[in-house]
Design a protein around this ligand. Structure first.
Ligand SMILES: [Zn+2]
Ligand SMILES: [Zn+2]
Length: 129
């Protein structure tokens, strides 16, 4: 699939990557709209402290479900969805207190894991709406 990849040193490359395969509780989405925000600009320049490179950016997006893992129950192929890009662990002290935005093991889609500036993106069902 085509994807944008940032190297964290100023390079923005359109390249080919393998298509994601849905894990048991994952949803594969074909993004149709992707926002570009200040975080993305910082990622481009490599001055976003928690960025993990190389990375496919794109954390503000909506699209259509094209496949789901065997454990996914709330979505089906063809559903039009959006995503909360901050994937909290659900187990740490902050998560148990309900402060999932302060999760010690937060995985921000498009910052430390592959985002939506690609033909397909895989995300956990729990952050899909
Ligand atoms: Zn943003
Ligand atoms: Zn947590």
């Amino acid at each position: 699939m085509r994807a944008i990849v940032l190297d964290g040193r100023g390079s923005v490359e359109l390249t080919e990557l393998p298509e994601p395969v849905a894990g048991t509780f994952d949803v594969i989405i074909a993004p149709e709209a992707v926002g570009i925000c200040g975080t993305d600009l910082h990622l481009c320049h490599g001055d976003y402290p928690t960025g993990k490179f190389p990375v496919v950016p794109g954390h503000e997006f909506a699209g259509t479900v094209i496949s789901v893992g065997s454990g996914v129950s709330r979505f089906k192929i063809g559903d039009r969805v959006c995503v909360d890009p901050n994937v909290a662990c659900g187990n740490c002290e902050q998560c148990r207190l309900g402060a999932v935005n302060l999760c010690h093991h937060l995985v921000p889609i498009g910052v430390t894991s592959s985002g939506a500036c690609a033909e397909l993106v895989s995300v956990p069902e729990k952050v899909v709406y």
